[in-house]
Write a protein that binds this ligand. Sequence first.
Ligand SMILES: Cc1cc2nc3c(=O)[nH]c(=O)nc-3n(C[C@H](O)[C@H](O)[C@H](O)COP(=O)(O)OP(=O)(O)OC[C@H]3O[C@@H](n4cnc5c(N)ncnc54)[C@H](O)[C@@H]3O)c2cc1C
Length: 474
Amino acid sequence: MEQQVLDRLHDIVGPDGVVAHKSARSVYDCDGYTLEKAVPELVVLPHSTEEVAAVVKFLNKAKIAFVPRGAGTGLSGGCLPVEAPVMIGTSRLNKIVHIDLLNRYVVAQSGVVNLWVSNAVKEQGFQYAPDPSSQQACTIGGNIAENSGGPHTLKYGVTTNHVLGLEVVLPDGEIVTLGGTVEDVPGYDLRGITIGAEGTFGIVTQAALKLTRQPQAYRTFLAVFESVHHATQTVSGIIASGIVPAALEMMDTLIIQAIEEAFHFGFPTDAGAVLIIEIDGLAASLDPQTERIQAICKHNQAREVRIARDDAERMALWKSRKRAFGAIGRLSPNYCTQDGVVPRTKVPDILQRITEVSEKYQLRIANVFHAGDGNIHPILMYDERNADETRRVVQAGKEILNACVDLGGSLTGEHGIGVEKMGQMPLIFSPEDLMVMTQLRSVFNPANLCNPNKIIPTPGGCIDVTTPRRQVPL
Ligand SMILES: Cc1cc2nc3c(=O)[nH]c(=O)nc-3n(C[C@H](O)[C@H](O)[C@H](O)COP(=O)(O)OP(=O)(O)OC[C@H]3O[C@@H](n4cnc5c(N)ncnc54)[C@H](O)[C@@H]3O)c2cc1C
């Protein structure tokens, strides 16, 4: 990086806000998607919206591409610097700016960690509902960029349902507000299209987030099954009964064993699958739902249905689930977490296809996922020192996503396209669709300097416009 660029960025953010040394920059070489790596030439850590705007204005003028980064927990390579020399990290934008309990919102800077928001209001009986399993680390900015979900998405919705307004530094350095602090600001919903744009429309610097009342009561079940088939039948049965659980999560044998070894919760390691089912709401409403859920589990040959006896047991169960990916570290030096969606009724079919892929490519694949949403997360284990195994993981991942599309689903449920799935976008979008997306991006990001080489495949790059698309008509 040229000295004058370094000097100017030092001037804006101070010397402690620029990471230039190679060894320090190397920790930013990937996110949670470790199959591709690239070290940024420079990392800049601004302290305020004004500093972000000044940095971006300077880079735009100098025609230097840049990539936003939150905590780097993304699972599709979204913050990988691909032909973007400068990374702009939000770790110092870490303040909760304002809490308005009466109007039920919080204004938080984009580098605030997801869980901090709920922690800030829990004594008053509120929560920030989106709860990605990475919530102890991932940031509000990353959640907004990916439109993240979580185990409780089934009932409460994803990030976009809980964001009222955004402050964004556009790729030319202008600071704009999209949306506001009240519901439904008139005009086009620019807030809505910025959420899920994976950092290609600008850098979010702060956001107004909706607060939700904590439920009066919870009931959390651990249902144990001999087979994945019986567990999926139970998922369909619960939804068909009209109950909307707050969460409905499934884990297969391999992941149960890894979690049990790590956390000793008491999961049965010989089970074919377990479901974590949670219902919440008014205490009086939970007894009839509990009876119904127990009956459905029994009808589908559940070996056992446990109910968390108290809050501590409930928290321990969720802690085990939310740390499931980490537990995989005991089984394999590297893993790739895939993220696809199928119609809920097709969960047994996709799990069968995953088993076939696992056999075909001789890979161990564990499954832990948001079964109620049909959002699968097969975890493909590998050792990056083994080039052949690494190649097989990439192929197997692609085949699983192709199978999701074949079954009427989609390429991502919550982790985004990033660099990982760009090449498969033509499976569900025509060249015309992709052109419209490029035009939309140009409105915000005309020079394509902000997070280039993400989401939309480029002609001459990995796009294969001859692949017939398989988008399912409504
Ligand atoms: C163990 C584990 C469990 C996970 N569980 C879930 C889950 O349950 N649900 C789920 O949805 N995801 C999950 N994820 C994926 C990941 O945590 C989310 O995508 C999360 O939102 C990423 O946040 P981050 O701060 O780490 O963002 P990063 O990884 O740093 O960045 C992600 C994307 O956001 C962009 N970005 C970051 N900050 C900004 C900003 N301020 N403005 C504009 N763009 C920005 C980046 O350029 C990149 O494209 C999990 C990941 C792990 C490792």
